[in-house]
Design a protein around this ligand. Structure first.
Ligand code: PEP
Ligand code: MG
Length: 762
């Protein structure tokens, strides 16, 4: 094998070099390779770092100091980290390497060029390991000596306490973790901004450019109202120019950081970009879009008349970017009073209302911030009204998080102390993306309908993927928004909320001779969703609410008290024993099939043995369903069903869908609703992935559709992994569809490309 050099220039970098140059280095290399004017850069490779460790003998010492390290012991962790860091900082860089770095730096410019020195961590088994934010970046570095020190400081940052802890928890072998360092010309832009290479909502061939004076941060962060230009790619002309009053600009502040300064005089209202610059930027945008195959969100900057492209990434949801943008200028000085898990994106300010008992929800008003220990289904009407939701308990997959995401209401869950720390009437701002609660009202841009029908039109919906991208729905009122994403169907319709919203348990309807009401409610709710997805599969899941969620409803007094409702009487286990409850659900399905909705499929939750599937099917048959001619499948939420998938297939399931919210909790013994163990709730734990991988392979063998409808399917990284491993469909949350579709498309393209390249190489 060819030895990897110590230094690689951007132009030399190929995609396969990720293990040597890290994700950051590789993506810059890719942009340079297609002719985009990326600022000059070279990478000190991960191999150079390894050589440094070996030649100085530090490697053995570091690993010896780790050997018995208990990362939970803070003191020991800090000690090991500072020991390792100081070894790296004091280590003598091999003369050859020093020389090569000096030479490369000189080659960038005759004088002392100002550069940014950025870490880019990699791992052998996971080349693009996302250790985001754990290694350092040093800006404004000037001169050889400062550069060499900065490189060594980046290396040392691989051994920060947080980074060591993270790797230990994620199961990374530290021997295989490496670090590359990107040394790049720092562009002190005179003007800068962002560009959408196509219209982000309609997908029309219109390039939209926003620009202002100074560094691009001013535009990205929303500190300034930028100029806006529209370039029509069909006519190749600038069709719209909006010059704003640009009061401030962000510029470099000495050696560190940036500062906001006033823009004076006529420059405030001077147009930032000339037509010629717009033409050129639009051309670069087109190159990027053609190369990546999807519209791009590009950061650009101009200095001394030269255009630089700093970053290019797929457009996700414009709504999210705008929201983040509207707030961050003020955020800098705002006080964070509480942290939790960002469970539903969006930002909202309002008056705190603390609800200790569901009976008090009457006091909740439109626009309030609902603060409670944990939400229950009976709080949904109040959750609809409020501007944001904050809970003490829960994690990303808890009931509050699922419903908030669907309602489009920003939510932070698992803060542990919200109901104690926040006071009724207090005004706060909730950032549901970052999981932060700020004191007071922080001005922010009005939400631009985050989960809007962007995918429905000619925009990114035009992305066709071989893997179906479906959507999860829990409340019928979200059906239209869900359909507007252009999703290929509904991979999970949770029907609990069709009933629980009425504040009565299924048992209550049965005990009070209101069976017909129950059937009608279910029928009507499901029909709304079916009507929104004509001709597309809609998988309806039979009831699956743990007994504690029924407690506060009418009929709740008859629910059994269970020590651990998550392991208790829920899902198919309950339906098989509560024949009436199951019969009424089946009755509503039967009516829908009779009305011609043959896109309706039924999915059984919490199945742990094929016998349960067989029994459920037999019961449906007894209730008059032509079971061989309807689509019946199971959720894989319990490890036993993943392990026994072949037996399930032999029993006739037509599809299986991973319910990772439960699969993770039952595989790792981590209660998904318990904020104390939320950091150990790992959907990408090797054991979970192992179960998923095996089950997918068996489904493929038998040609049975295999899907995912747990929260993990809304994580683009997981989606990529699933596509690589052969999943047939992914069902994600409404707010995640756009990014999941892009992740799926990209992965599929990569697989095809790699296959073609391998064929060519043979
Ligand atoms: C799951 O377990 O992943 C799932 C989708 O079901 P729920 O979240 O309703 O338990
Ligand atoms: Mg589940």
């Amino acid at each position: 094998m060819k030895e990897v050099p110590n230094i690689l220039w951007l132009e030399e970098i190929r995609k396969e070099d990720i293990p040597s140059v890290g994700g950051k280095g590789a993506s810059l290399g890719e942009m340079a390779s297609i002719g985009l004017p990326v600022p000059k850069a070279f990478v000190v490779t991960a191999q150079a770092f390894r050589r440094f460790l070996v030649e100085t003998g530090i490697e053995k010492k570091i690993f010896a100091s780790y050997e018995k390290l208990d990362v939970e012991n803070n003191e020991a962790l800090e000690k090991a980290a500072s020991g390792a860091k100081s070894m790296v900082l004091k280590g003598k860089m091999p003369a050859i390497l020093k020389d090569e770095i000096r030479k490369a730096y000189k080659k960038m410019s005759s004088g002392d060029l100002i550069v940014a020195v950025r870490s880019s961590a990699t791992a052998e088994d996971l080349p693009d390991a996302s250790f985001a934010g754990q290694q350092e970046t040093y800006l404004n570095i000037k001169g050889e000596a400062a550069l060499l020190t900065a490189v060594q400081m980046c290396w040392a940052s691989l051994y920060g306490a947080r980074a060591i802890y993270y790797r230990a928890k994620q199961g990374f072998d530290d021997h295989s973790v490496n670090i590359a360092v990107v040394v790049q010309q720092l562009v002190h832009s005179e003007k800068a901004g962002v560009m959408f290479t196509s219209h982000p909502i309609t997908g029309e061939p219109l390039t939209i450019i926003e620009g202002s004076w100074g560094l691009g941060e001013a535009v990205v962060s929303g500190t300034v109202s930028p100029d806006k230009y529209i370039f029509d790619q069909r006519s190749q002309k600038v069709t719209d120019v909006l010059v704003s009053n640009k009061k401030v600009e962000i510029i470099a502040d000495g050696d560190h950081g940036t500062k906001v300064v006033e823009v004076t005089g006529a420059r405030q209202d001077t147009r930032v970009l000339s037509d010629a610059e717009i033409d050129k930027l639009a051309m670069y945008g087109k190159i990027a879009e053609d190369h990546y195959g999807i519209p791009q969100d590009v950061e650009w900057s101009i200095v001394g008349g030269t255009i630089y492209i700093l970053q290019s990434r797929p457009i996700t949801t414009i709504g999210n970017r705008k929201e983040a943008k509207g707030m961050s200028a003020e955020k800098q000085s705002a006080t964070i009073i509480l942290k939790g898990q960002g469970a539903a994106p969006g930002i909202a300010s309002g008056r705190v209302v603390i609800i200790r008992d569901v009976k008090d929800t009457g006091s909740v008003k439109e626009g309030d911030i609902l603060v409670t220990r944990m939400t229950n289904p009976d709080m949904v009407p109040a959750m609809r009204k409020v501007a944001a939701i904050v809970t003490d308990e829960g994690g990303m997959t808890c009931h509050a998080a699922i419903v908030s995401r669907e309602l489009g209401t920003p939510a932070v869950v698992g803060t542990k102390t919200a109901t104690h720390i926040l006071k009724s009437g207090q005004v706060v701002t909730v950032d549901g993306e970052m999981g932060l609660i700020y004191e007071g009202e922080i001005p922010h841009a009005a939400p631009v309908a985050a989960a809007t029908p962007q995918q429905g039109g000619a925009g990114p919906a035009a992305i066709i993927t071989a893997t179906s991208v479906k959507v999860n729905v829990s409340i019928p009122e979200a059906a239209v928004r869900a359909a507007a994403t252009g999703a290929d169907g509904v991979g999970l319709l949770r029907i609990e909320h069709l009933i629980l919203g009425l504040n009565k348990t299924p048992g209550w309807f049965i005990a009070n001779n209101k069976e017909e009401d129950f059937v009608r409610e279910l029928h009507d709710g499901i029909k709304i969703v079916l009507d929104a997805f004509p001709g597309k599969p809609v998988w309806v899941r039979t009831l699956d609410a743990p007994t504690d969620e029924f407690r506060n409803m009418m009929g709740g007094e008859n629910e059994p008290h269970e020590h651990n409702p998550m392991l208790g009487w829920r899902g198919i286990r309950r339906d098989l024993q509560s024949q009436d409850q199951f019969r009424l659900q089946v009755e509503s399905f039967k009516r829908l099939w009779k009305e011609g909705y043959d896109n309706l499929g039924i999915m059984f939750p919490m199945v742990s043995h094929p016998d349960q599937f067989v029994a459920a099917k037999a019961m449906m048959k007894a209730f008059g369903v032509d079971v061989e001619n309807v689509t019946l499948g199971i959720m894989i939420e319990i490890p036993s069903s993943a392990i026994m998938i072949e037996e399930f297939i032999r029993c006739g399931i037509k599809f299986a869908s991973f319910g990772t919210n439960d699969l993770v909790q039952y595989t790792l013994a981590i209660d998904r609703n318990n904020e104390n163990v939320a950091d150990m709730y790992q959907p990408q734990h090797p054991a979970v992935l192992h179960l998923i991988h095996n089950a997918i392979q068996v489904c493929r063998e038998y040609n049975v559709e295999c899907s995912i409808c747990g929260q993990a399917g809304s994580d683009p990284k997981m989606a990529m992994w699933l596509v690589e491993h052969g999943i047939s469909s992914i069902s994600a949350n409404i707010d995640a569809i756009a990014k999941i579709r892009q992740a799926v498309a990209r992965t599929e393209k990569r697989i095809i490309l790699e296959a073609a390249r391998n064929r060519d190489a043979e």
